[in-house]
Design a protein around this ligand. Structure first.
Ligand SMILES: [Zn+2]
Length: 280
């Protein structure tokens, strides 16, 4: 795939267009007023991080490692929770094959691909040590989603900047959990970017088509969470598949929706400049 012709690349370049190419959106998208929310979000992030110190430490619940479906098939323990990670490998590989021109997309699809490996490794023998390798790639993808949402709704520059501190805080939150058995920061890393992404999508207009894929991804992720908390009831209902196995499928489905977004999105620009930009 020739990524140089990607319309997404063109739209990102709008923000750095020379003065002669005076796009109305270049002034409003990458200009100072558009970066104001970054400062607001940074302030809220710092305040809520400080608020974490007021909460008691949250240790890893060891009951978390008990799953409803522990059947061994073909010599593989917890077979269904292990093999239900295969869709992550497929979605991650498909994304990495095609979208390699933006660090945030690379980190996102790499995180999805590695989740397929890390989650299988964890479910083969669930404990805190293996859970680290399940959570690490997911944390990479969550950081990338925050950066992608900032790129999509505020500016490419701001998103590219947000990616790196988000990755550092995410990885550090996991190391802190392993060093101190305290999940406060890890839960914050899950919670705060999710709220930030929702607010960004509600307050700012899209720069690309395909918002429905983000909504589908959010719905599938919510469904995955419901499956996660109904592991045993779903397994007891028919002894076919457990809630946790279905959680993997729903979460991989959310990643697939984001893959479809990147495969199909087109720039949405109200251009008054000399060169019309494709409007889908
Ligand atoms: Zn799992």
């Amino acid at each position: 795939m020739e990524t140089g012709s990607d319309p997404a690349k063109r739209i990102r370049d709008v923000g750095t267009a020379p003065p002669g190419l005076c796009y109305r959106s270049a002034m409003s998208v990458d200009g100072a007023p558009r970066n104001l929310p970054i400062f607001v979000f940074s302030g809220l992030a710092a305040a809520s991080l400080a608020g974490l110190l007021l909460l008691p430490a949250i240790p890893q619940d060891q009951g978390y490692h008990q799953f409803a479906d522990e059947r061994t098939v073909f010599g593989i323990p917890n077979f269904w929770n292990v093999v239900s990670n295969l869709p992550f490998l497929a979605v991650g590989a498909a994304g990495l094959r095609r979208f390699r021109d933006d660090p945030a997309t690379i980190v996102f699809f790499l995180g999805v691909f590695l989740t397929g490996i890390g989650s299988s490794y964890y479910h083969w023998n669930p404990n805190d040590d293996t859970l680290f390798w399940d959570r690490l790639p997911m944390t990479l993808s969550f950081a990338a989603i925050l950066a992608l949402a900032v790129e999509e709704r505020i500016s490419a520059t701001a998103g590219a900047i947000v990616l790196w501190p988000a990755l550092v805080i995410g990885v550090f939150s996991l190391l802190l959990w392993r060093w101190t058995d305290d999940l406060r920061l890890y839960f914050w890393v899950q919670f705060f970017p999710a709220i930030a992404v929702i607010v960004l999508f509600l307050l700012y207009p899209p720069k690309y088509t395909g918002t429905r894929y983000w909504i589908a991804a959010a719905a599938l992720y919510a469904l995955a969470k419901i499956f996660e908390f109904t592991d045993e009831p779903i397994y007891s209902a028919g002894n076919l598949l457990s809630g946790h196995t279905l959680k993997h499928f729903a979460a991989a489905g959310a990643c697939f929706a984001i893959l479809r977004y990147f495969q199909t999105r087109r720039p949405v620009l109200q251009s008054r400049g000399p060169r019309p930009v494709q409007v889908a």
